[in-house]
Design a protein around this ligand. Structure first.
Ligand code: 5AD
Ligand code: SF4
Length: 471
């Protein structure tokens, strides 16, 4: 993928200049223009979408929760698997009808998918109603690109809005958060690991960390506003601060000194960088949730090597044993890919054995999806039927483990952050534990966004049930 250097440097003043131009243009419109942001993919994308929405609102748009009456639609795409791209393209396809009714509608496609040249080409040729594209590292250029699209009335599906991998981190973007008690805080962007199956390093660029002071200020402000569950985000958070005198464990230790009643979490970590120092900081922390998402990907050393993961099962188990020794009861979750090119039946069974050995609380399982431009995509692929069969066996194995793990929580009183009424039953509320497990209980509206204590009286593989425990 060609590296583009055409973006102007990040200049806060020019960002505000374009924001103001659009705000004035919007003020001239009789009825207030509306913006709809559609998000696919990971938490990082959700966090990015909160910035897209924040920027659009500061440009004078009103947020709407349906694309049908929107004047600006931003689709924030994911490229991690083919399915995610297909879903985004299908939704973009449906916007054709909205554009037919409103010729002034502006549709911007952002995120990981459009950082790939072949996808931009596809959008250009097959989706003529898409107005512009914007890569992930160029997110803060939305006001300029949007203004250019408005003024020129031209489509901007060009490399001009491509990812600029060399840019430093942009600060000061307005954020429209989706919740007033759970928040995402990006701490670093990009990835340098180049796992052989993964598109992320190509679409999100090289690792770059935010300044510690900026992160601390954001977390302090969130806690002061009453946020109770803060997740630090990065493709590989343990790489935070590489090349500086601060590492991720130091950052976490410092954030833990912020006064207030809140949980602090982070994701995602790479097992090769999960240090004892980090685990010690977690164990000694006041606010740091005892929850660790540590993607294993495969339980076989040869497959891990072919994946370019830089750890083996021994190294991985050392981290698991150490964290369980320091934090008994910690919730451990993971990602597994089945059907990586060349994975044999025996190698897959090593993954099943690893699951039984580690005893994850929860697993995010994925069928390998070849990504254009990555080394693994060039290898001979495993038939879909074999992949599907392995996937089903993986889920069945993990289901039993998750059931057993949750059974250990029977009769325990757990602290739960209440999210609101559950979808199916108006009297039943749901919330999340420190380990991020979902709990259902009979609640009241005043509990939403608050910590409550719930005594667990029923458990299944994917959820817990209980009664409020009065203090
Ligand atoms: N195919 C399937 N799963 C993938 N992941 C990353 N790339 C691929 C791919 N090409 C999974 C990994 C990663 C998670 C976010 O997505 O398990 O940890
Ligand atoms: Fe992808 Fe590996 Fe980077 Fe995670 S660490 S984003 S799996 S390349």
């Amino acid at each position: 993928m060609a590296k583009q250097m055409m973006m102007p440097p990040d200049d806060l003043a020019s960002r505000w200049e374009y924001t103001n131009k659009i705000r004035l243009w919007n003020q001239e419109c009789v009825s207030q223009r509306k913006v709809f942001v559609q998000t696919f993919g990971c938490q990082q994308n959700e966090a990015d979408s909160e910035k897209y929405l924040g920027m659009a609102v500061s440009m004078g748009y009103k947020a709407t929760d349906t694309p049908d009456n929107a004047d600006l639609i931003i689709v924030n795409t994911c490229a991690i698997r083919e399915h995610a791209e297909k879903k985004a393209l299908s939704i973009i396809g449906q916007y054709k009808h909205i554009k037919a009714k409103n010729k002034d509608l502006i549709i911007g496609v952002c995120g990981c998918m459009v950082a790939q040249e072949h996808r931009r080409e596809e959008l250009k040729m097959k989706y003529p109603y898409v107005t512009f594209t914007l890569g992930t590292a160029s997110l803060h250029h939305l006001p300029r690109v949007l203004w250019e699209a408005i003024e020129s009335k031209k489509r901007l599906i060009t490399t001009d809005s491509d990812v600029d991998f060399t840019e430093t981190v942009a600060e000061g973007m307005p954020v429209r958060r989706g919740s007033d008690y759970r928040a995402w805080v990006s701490i670093m962007y990009g990835c340098n690991n180049f796992c052989s199956y993964c598109i992320v390093p190509y679409v999100r660029g090289r690792e770059r960390s935010r300044k510690k002071e900026d992160i601390i200020a954001e977390v302090k402000a969130l806690v002061a506003e009453g946020y109770k569950d803060i997740t630090l985000l990065g493709q590989n958070v343990n790489s935070y601060g590489k090349g500086t005198d601060t590492d991720f464990a130091d950052l976490l230790a410092e954030l833990d000194t912020v006064e207030g009643d809140f949980w602090l979490r982070f994701m995602t970590s790479h097992p090769k960088d999960a240090s004892h120092k980090l685990i010690d900081v977690m164990a000694g922390g006041k606010h740091i949730a005892h929850q660790f998402h540590l993607p294993l990907q495969s339980g076989n050393d040869a497959v891990l090597k072919a994946m370019n993961r830089h750890y083996d099962m021994n190294r991985y188990m050392d981290s698991i044993h150490y964290m369980r020794e320091k934090m008994p009861g910690i919730t451990v979750t993971s990602d597994i890919i089945v059907g990586f090119p060349g994975e044999t039946e025996d190698q897959f069974e090593d993954t099943l054995t690893a699951l039984k050995e580690v005893q994850f609380d929860m697993l995010y399982s994925f069928i390998y999806s070849p990504r254009k431009g990555t080394p693994a995509a060039e290898k001979e692929q495993i038939p879909d039927t074999v992949k599907g069969n392995r996937f089903d066996r993986l889920l069945a194995t993990q289901n039993e483990i998750a059931k057993e793990k949750n059974l250990l929580l029977q009769d325990q009183i757990l602290r739960v952050l209440c999210d609101g009424v559950s979808k199916g039953d108006p009297g039943v509320y749901s919330g999340r534990t420190e380990g991020n497990k979902i709990v259902f209980f009979k609640g009241t509206p005043d509990m939403v966004g608050q910590f409550v204590n719930v005594k667990i009286d029923k458990t299944e593989a994917f959820a817990l049930w209980g009664e409020i425990e009065k203090t």
